[in-house]
Design a protein around this ligand. Structure first.
Ligand SMILES: [Mg+2]
Length: 396
């Protein structure tokens, strides 16, 4: 089998990848909906993979894997990898999880990332009301993640929050030393959320990046009694093109609350320091950023050898990305906690992607499906109305 074409269309805001072959099998991949600007980057790889056998996934990946980087620049390579596995699975008549070693669980647990409600403000009451809505969601989430600290509007909306000048604009631009009032405000918001969730629903916090080491240690200690699931991206994280494993280690070795990072990291080589130095308790790679599904599987196994847990990121990965998450997470060792459930902003996605169960999530679990490949298909007839003018030949 040979790859005949690599196409990319921006649907909604997501770059969607379609790889075609000389045997008529088509593979799908998807990039985060926050990255519509990556289309030219996806197409950059076309000349390197056309003519290759897509079922030799690793041999194709060796041609393009070096030509990527930390978030957002690993996304195109990662989504191409998903599409290759989709083709390989369809060619073999097997779901992708069989090709990645077989499933170790029939249901995969998700945590809430994607089911969100507009927040009225930044007070403890606002946070309590927000997680009450998430707790009541029909998906029955057993684990909820909330943004606080430098991850969200707190630095701009809470007076005298830190000793730095608040910035807005690019993703998560703030960092610096918190004021005593700023730290107390965060702790009060966390306590208010825990009062709602109790011990029924786990609470994880997306915190940064941008914290100083003393604040991170003080905060981890201040919330120790609340048994949080994890503190994410305190030091580096989202859109940080490095990891600072030694700095994380300073925080992690003094924290009984699990410390988590890794959604922006590309490739196993860049997880090496974090894992081998035991710099965090939990890693959170995204299959659409790390370099693909097999790369995530490898890193999960290596983390497990070192006593490190994994909770993959995925909030913006869309419905094809959801299928990739289900397939790979079914194969992960028992260090797997849950992956972040993506939910597209536009409801019509559920009409244009075939193959998902309904409802998708029950009691915070998704049943692993058995159709060949990723097991989902973009329906051309239903998707064509959502194509932009420049993408009208996407299904040709
Ligand atoms: Mg995050």
């Amino acid at each position: 089998m040979k790859i005949t074409d690599l196409k990319c269309a921006i649907i909604g805001n997501s770059p969607v990848i379609r790889i075609t072959t000389d045997e008529g099998i088509v593979g799908w991949g998807q990039v985060e909906s926050s990255k519509p600007y990556l289309k030219p980057h996806v197409l950059f790889y076309k000349s390197y993979i056309v003519g290759e056998d897509p079922t030799d996934v690793e041999r194709v990946m060796l041609r393009i894997r070096r030509l990527g980087g930390f978030k957002p620049w690993g996304s195109a390579v990662s989504a191409i990898e998903m599409a290759l596995w989709d083709i390989a699975g369809k060619a073999a008549g097997l779901p992708v999880y069989k090709l990645l070693g077989g499933k170790v669980r029939d249901h995969v647990r998700v945590y809430n990332g994607g089911v969100r409600f507009p927040m009225q403000g930044q007070t403890p009451q606002d946070y309590a009301e927000d997680v009450a809505k998430q707790k009541a969601a029909p998906e029955g989430f057993s684990l909820i993640k909330q943004g606080i600290g430098f991850h969200g509007p707190m630095p701009v909306h809470v007076a005298d929050f830190s000793y730095s000048t608040p910035l807005s604009g690019p993703p998560h631009p703030n960092r610096g030393l918190l004021t005593e009032r700023g730290l107390k405000h965060i702790v009060e918001c966390v306590e208010a959320m825990k009062a709602v969730l109790g011990d029924e629903v786990g609470l994880a916090l997306d915190c940064g990046p941008g914290w100083t080491v003393p604040d991170a240690i003080r905060f981890a200690k201040a919330v120790e009694h609340l048994n949080l699931m994890w503190l994410e991206d305190l030091i580096t994280g989202d859109y940080t093109p490095y990891t600072l494993a030694d700095v994380y280690r300073e925080v992690t070795r003094r924290s009984a609350t699990p410390i988590h990072t890794g959604e922006q990291i590309y490739l196993r080589q860049n997880f090496k320091d974090l894992i081998e130095r035991h710099a965090v308790h939990i890693i959170g790679p995204d299959p659409a950023d790390i370099g693909g599904m097999a790369e995530l599987k490898w890193v999960a196994e290596y983390a497990d050898l070192h006593g490190i847990l994994i909770a993959p990121h995925g909030i913006l990965d869309g419905l094809i990305g959801l299928a990739a998450l289900v397939q790979v997470c079914a194969t992960l060792p028992h260090n797997f906690i849950a992956f972040e459930y993506p939910r597209p902003k536009e409801e019509w996605w559920y009409q244009i992607v075939d193959g998902l169960p309904s409802p998708i999530v029950q009691n915070s679990l998704i049943k692993v499906w058995d159709r060949p490949g990723l097991g989902v298909e973009l329906n051309p007839d239903k998707a064509i109305p959502y194509l932009r003018d420049e993408d009208k030949d996407f299904f040709d």
